[in-house]
Design a protein around this ligand. Structure first.
Ligand SMILES: Cc1cc2nc3c(=O)[nH]c(=O)nc-3n(C[C@H](O)[C@H](O)[C@H](O)COP(=O)(O)OP(=O)(O)OC[C@H]3O[C@@H](n4cnc5c(N)ncnc54)[C@H](O)[C@@H]3O)c2cc1C
Length: 406
C-alpha cells in the first residue's frame, strides 16, 4: 500500500516513530495534567456525570492540546508518539473524568488508530486531520443487541450494489454514537461465511441518508460519555470507504482489539489514581476517636491495598506498552499480555472505587463526593472491550494456540 511505503516494517507505529524516552513521557504527563486541571476540574467532571452530557467543546480543546492523534503520523497532525504515550494521556484524562477518558479512547484509539493502521492514503488524508484537530468526532461500532461477546455473530448486512454497499441493521452500546461524524462500522458482506464474511466500513454518520441514533442510553456509570444505539436503514457506502479489504474485517477487528485493550487498561489506572486522590486527603484530615482516620489499621490496610493495586496495574500496562513501542520495527504484541493488562486493572479499579467509598464513610455515599462516580465508572472496564470472562478465555486460547491445541 502506497501510504505504508515509508513506514517501518511495523504497521503498528506511525512514520518516523522513535520510542519516547522517560523524559518525553514525563513531560507529556505534566502537559496532560496541566490540561486536566484547567479544562476538566472537579465541577466539570461532576456536571458531566450528573447531567449525563458530554461537554462537546472538549473535543476542540483536546485537539488543540494535541491529545487526539498521539499514535497518528505527523503528516495528519498527529504526535507520532506511540502506545506508552497514549496510555499516559488516557490515564490522566480518566483520573480527571472516567467518562471523558472513555469517549477520548473511543475516538483516539478505536477510530483514529484503527484508521491510521488500516486506512489507505486517500482515507487517511480525508479523515485524520479533522479527527486529530477535534473538529470531527470518531467512534467504532461492532456490538449488536445479540452479538456482544460473540461479536462475529453480528447481523448487520452490507449488500454489494453498483459503486458500493448498502448497510442495514442496528448497533448497540456505541460510545460517541450519538455525536460521531465518522464511525468505523463492521457488517456482514457474506452472511453465510461467518467470520470470513465481515467487512469494516468508514461511515460518515452525520451525512449518511438512512443513518440515525435511535436513543442515547442511560447508564450506571461513564455518564456523559454518550453511548448510543444506532440504526442503519439502507445506508449507501461507496466502495472507496471500505477499511482494509472486503471480507477481511475480522482481521481489522481482532488486530485492533489487542491494542485497544492495552490503551483502555490505562482508563482503570486513572480511576485508581482518582480513588487515591479523593481518599488520602480525606482520611488524613478527618478525625474519629481523637485521631486521624488514616492512623487506624483497618483504614491503613485499605490505603495499602489501593496503592499497591494501582502500582502493580501500572507496572503491567506500561511494561507491555514499552515492549510494543521498543520493538516497533517488528512489534511484539502478545494477546495474553494486552488482555491481561485490562483484566487485572479493571477489576482492581472497581475494588479501589469500593474502598474509596468505604474510607469516606457516609460522605463516600454522597454524590457530591467523587468516590461513587469513580466506582460506577470503573465497573464499565470489566464489561466494555470484552468482559473479564472473555479476556480470560482469550488468554487461555492464546496459550492453547502456542501449544497447538484448539
Ligand atoms: C458503556 C459501554 C460502552 C461500549 N462501547 C462500545 C463501542 O464503542 N463499540 C462497540 O462495538 N461496543 C461497545 N460496547 C459493547 C461491549 O463491547 C459489550 O457490551 C461487551 O462485549 C459484552 O457484550 P454483551 O453486553 O452482549 O454481554 P454478553 O455477551 O451477553 O455477556 C453477558 C455475560 O456472559 C458472559 N459470557 C459471555 N460469553 C461467555 C463465555 N463464552 N464464557 C463465559 N462467560 C461468558 C460475559 O462475560 C458476561 O458476564 C460498550 C458497552 C458498554 C456497556
Amino acid at each position: 500500500m502506497a501510504s505504508n511505503a515509508c513506514r517501518y516494517a511495523s504497521t503498528k507505529h506511525p512514520k518516523n516513530f522513535k520510542p519516547p524516552t522517560q523524559d518525553d513521557l514525563d513531560e507529556l504527563r505534566e502537559r496532560t495534567i496541566e490540561f486536566t486541571r484547567r479544562e476538566i476540574p472537579y465541577d466539570v467532571a461532576q456536571a458531566t456525570d450528573h447531567q449525563n452530557e458530554f461537554p462537546m467543546e472538549m473535543w476542540q480543546k483536546m485537539g488543540e492540546a494535541g491529545l487526539l492523534g498521539v499514535t497518528a503520523d505527523e503528516d495528519y497532525g498527529g504526535l507520532s508518539m506511540g502506545y506508552q504515550a497514549h496510555c499516559v494521556i488516557m490515564e490522566e484524562l480518566s483520573r480527571a473524568s472516567g467518562s471523558i477518558g472513555l469517549s477520548y479512547a473511543a475516538h483516539s484509539q478505536l477510530c483514529v488508530n484503527q484508521l491510521m493502521l488500516n486506512g489507505n492514503e486517500e482515507q487517511k488524508s480525508q479523515y485524520l486531520p479533522g479527527l486529530v484537530s477535534g473538529e470531527k468526532v470518531g467512534a467504532l461500532a461492532m456490538s449488536e443487541h445479540n452479538a456482544g461477546s460473540d461479536v462475529v455473530s453480528m447481523k448487520m448486512t452490507a449488500k454489494e450494489v453498483d459503486g458500493g454497499y448498502v448497510l442495514n441493521g442496528t448497533k448497540m452500546w456505541i460510545t460517541n454514537g450519538p455525536d460521531a461524524d465518522l464511525i468505523i462500522i463492521y457488517a456482514k458482506t457474506e452472511p453465510d461465511a461467518a467470520s470470513k464474511g465481515i467487512t469494516a466500513f468508514l461511515v460518515e454518520a452525520k451525512n449518511a441518508k438512512g443513518f440515525s441514533c435511535a436513543r442515547k442510553l442511560d447508564k450506571l456509570g461513564m455518564r456523559g460519555s454518550n453511548t448510543g444505539e444506532i440504526v442503519l436503514d439502507n445506508v449507501f457506502v461507496p466502495t472507496s470507504h471500505v477499511l482494509g479489504a472486503k471480507n477481511k474485517g475480522v482481521r481489522v477487528l481482532m488486530e485492533g482489539l489487542d491494542l485497544e485493550r492495552l490503551v483502555l487498561s490505562a482508563g482503570p489506572l486513572g480511576l485508581m489514581k482518582a480513588s487515591l486522590d479523593c481518599t488520602l486527603p480525606y482520611v488524613h484530615e478527618r478525625h474519629q476517636f481523637g485521631v486521624p482516620l488514616a492512623t487506624q489499621q483497618f483504614i491503613q490496610g485499605k490505603l495499602a491495598d489501593m496503592y499497591t493495586k494501582y502500582r502493580a496495574s501500572s507496572a503491567l500496562t506500561y511494561s507491555i506498552a514499552r515492549a510494543i513501542d521498543e520493538s516497533f520495527e517488528d512489534p511484539d504484541i502478545r494477546t495474553q499480555d494486552c488482555a491481561g493488562a485490562i483484566l487485572y486493572a479493571a477489576e482492581r479499579a472497581t475494588e479501589c472505587g469500593m474502598d474509596a467509598i468505604q474510607c469516606l464513610g457516609g460522605m463516600g455515599y454522597m454524590n457530591e463526593m467523587p468516590a461513587g462516580r469513580i466506582m460506577r465508572d470503573a465497573k464499565l472496564y470489566e464489561i466494555g472491550a470484552g468482559t473479564s470472562e472473555v479476556r480470560k478465555m482469550v488468554i487461555g486460547r492464546a496459550f492453547n494456540k502456542e501449544f497447538g491445541v484448539r
